[in-house]
Design a protein around this ligand. Structure first.
Ligand SMILES: Cc1cc2nc3c(=O)[nH]c(=O)nc-3n(C[C@H](O)[C@H](O)[C@H](O)COP(=O)(O)O)c2cc1C
Length: 148
């Protein structure tokens, strides 16, 4: 049974909330997902598509809870079978808008993983709530997920 591995990078809880909201919507649609609040590569299936939801902190840096996972990815030689999607939550007043999301796409693609659809880059300065923007994107994700 196909499900989704949801990998969360969040420092202040906002992106975690977006991920939990999507997980609940997916459950309502009969799609199982596994939330990883402290992602560990050893505990994530390579056979299931991944959805990485990450904010950006510092000056274009990954959130603290994602740092160990990023090191694991950088050291791994087994990522070429991974299919993934990315949601970034950032603030467009920074020059480094959504750099964590952009950088994780590049890292995984460099490792041979397949990006299922262009990443969603949410701006917290936008009019809509981040979870509402993510919800509007969900049909595109589901379409890509079905063919993954
Ligand atoms: C100290 C600090 C640095 C930040 N740096 C960036 C940045 O470089 N790029 C960006 O797009 N957003 C940046 N942000 C905005 C956060 O990504 C945004 O507030 C996001 O909603 C935080 O998500 P979280 O609650 O999941 O940690 C920064 C926020 C803070 C507080």
């Amino acid at each position: 049974m196909k499900q989704l591995e949801i990998i969360i990078g969040s420092q202040m809880g906002g992106t975690e909330y977006v991920a939990e909201h999507l997980s609940q919507l997916l459950a309502d649609l009969g799609v199982e997902s596994q939330l990883h609040e402290q992602p560990d590569l050893q505990q994530i299936s390579f056979d299931q598509p991944w959805l990485i939801c990450t904010s950006t902190h510092g000056a274009g840096d990954y959130p603290d809870n994602l740092l160990a996972f990023i090191e694991q990815l950088a050291a791994s030689e087994r990522l070429n079978q991974v299919r993934f999607a990315v949601i970034g939550v950032g603030d467009s007043s920074y020059d480094t808008f959504n750099f964590a999301a952009k950088n994780i796409v590049t890292l995984l693609q460099t490792k041979g993983a397949t990006l299922l659809l262009p990443q969603l880059e949410i701006d917290v300065l936008g009019d809509d709530l981040p979870e509402d923007t993510a919800e509007q994107w969900l049909p595109s994700l589901l379409q890509a997920w079905k063919s993954a």
